[in-house]
Ligand binder design. Structure first.
Ligand code: URA
Length: 430
């Protein structure tokens, strides 16, 4: 903390001085907040004042840096290969991490992934992995780093030592309605990503109905800011802006999404989930100097040769999971038959999908005890004929079927006429 820092002076300045603050100011305040010298009330007032003045790009970089230094950071000094990471701003039926992580490891990169649980309507990688019997995500830093050296991939829960300022700030933002501020989101995401020590990062930033901000121009600004923050910290960062107006893959729900990922890795299915996974993996390889088309071909070959699924099996085994899940996901994940199947009652075309609501429905089907095998499978895409839609429901609470039927009736709009399917990837910011 700078010697001159006092909470009262900081608050006076935050309120009255519209000029951007410098890195020392941000570090002083974040440091004081993290060690308790700045109270929640003071931090709330300070943050709100700065947001109202507008947080510049340089300030977002400084805030991220201050948050990053609030805790420990991982380093991959001994890594012989580039260390990479991927982040999604939150999708529905989006299980790309389980495909991209072993895939990039199988082409020689090191994927060091620290993940979180579900947030709002979107699934979380840790919850999905918990559906694999025995799979451990609580790894200490030494075990995590050793595994990345041995097999080139590890996926674990972020520890409390990493960016403690983010946990405190997030809780505060939630109280004062500042969760949806672009600069604060960017600093929150990027401080955690930078702390994992990866030098190459791809961000899958979702656009459309089920996106984090629900507004495409704000989402683009978020993507640009995240890339700027990463570059200012000397990292390779690419943001891929992908569509979230419809479910990405064929399953929503933890075990169901693990099976969907294995089906892509095994070459049984591909679709939009497979395509986005290849593009994200190719972006990471491209960042290391391989021309994009060559990179895409390389990851596609690794998927189709079985190299990626072999690496997935190694990942599962290394973290204590039952690697036979690869051969028989349905049995090992304990997936039974669906309790019901829904189809639209009206004839026509699927013209809109409340994808966000489908994400919430999958969680409702899981119930209070978070049944990891609950959720839904679906072939829903925009523009398809309504008589080809099938949604299968998985829950151990049959009383939920009537509720799910009402939700689906409202969430899937059927109307006349063609509808243009949005492109899977709208923009890439490098
Ligand atoms: N995800 C994060 O990590 N932080 C935010 O503020 C929002 C989404």
């Amino acid at each position: 903390m700078p010697e001159s820092f006092t909470p009262r002076q900081a608050l006076q300045r935050a309120r009255h001085d519209p000029q951007p603050l410098d890195a020392n100011d941000w570090r002083g305040v974040i440091g004081a907040f993290t060690n308790g010298a700045f109270t929640d009330a003071q931090m709330a007032a300070w943050l709100m004042a700065r947001v109202l003045h507008g947080i510049s790009v340089d300030e977002a970089v400084a805030l991220t840096d201050a948050m990053l230094h609030s805790g420990t950071q991982l380093t991959h000094k001994d890594s012989a290969a580039p260390v990479v990471d991927k982040h999604s701003t939150g999708g529905v039926a989006d299980t790309t991490t389980l495909i991209v992580a072993p895939l990039v490891a199988s082409v020689g990169l090191v994927m060091a992934k620290l993940s979180g649980g579900s947030l709002g309507h979107t699934g979380g990688t840790l919850d999905k992995l918990a559906a694999i019997p025995g799979f451990r995500t609580a790894l200490n830093a030494d075990t995590f780093l050793a595994q990345t050296r041995q097999i080139g991939v590890a996926i674990a829960a972020a520890t409390r030592e990493l960016v403690p300022a983010d946990r405190l700030l997030y809780a505060l933002r939630d109280h004062i309605e500042l969760v949806d501020d672009t600069a604060l989101i960017a600093a929150s995401i990027m401080s955690k990503k930078l702390a994992t020590g990866a030098t190459h990062l791809v961000l899958d930033v979702k656009l459309g109905q089920a996106s984090i901000l629900g507004d495409d121009s704000k989402t683009r600004a978020l993507a640009q800011l995240c890339v700027a923050i990463g570059k200012a910290h000397g990292r390779h960062v690419t943001a891929v802006l992908s569509d979230m107006n419809q479910p990405l893959g064929p399953a929503i729900g933890n075990a169901l999404e693990v099976r969907a990922a294995i089906d892509v890795l095994a070459g049984r299915t591909f679709g939009r989930l497979g395509e986005l996974s290849l593009k994200l993996a190719a972006e990471l390889l491209h960042q290391t100097g391989v021309p994009f088309d060559t990179a895409y071909q390389q990851v596609s070959d690794a998927l189709h040769s079985g190299a990626a699924i072999d690496r997935f099996a190694q990942l599962v085994a290394a973290q204590g999971g039952d690697a036979t899940v690869v051969a028989d996901p349905t049995a090992v994940l304990g997936l039974g038959e669906p309790v019901a199947v829904w189809a639209p009652s009206q004839a026509g075309t699927v013209t809109a999908i409340d994808t966000r609501r489908l994400g919430v429905l999958a969680r409702e089907l899981a119930g209070a005890d978070m049944n990891l095998r609950a959720g839904l499978t679906t072939n829903l895409t925009l523009g398809m004929a309504s008589d080809t839609v099938v949604v299968a429901l998985y829950t151990d609470n049959p009383a939920q079927v009537a509720h799910a039927t009402a939700v689906l009736d409202a969430a899937v709009e059927i109307a006349d006429g063609p509808v243009q399917e949005p492109p899977l990837i709208q923009t890439v910011i490098r």
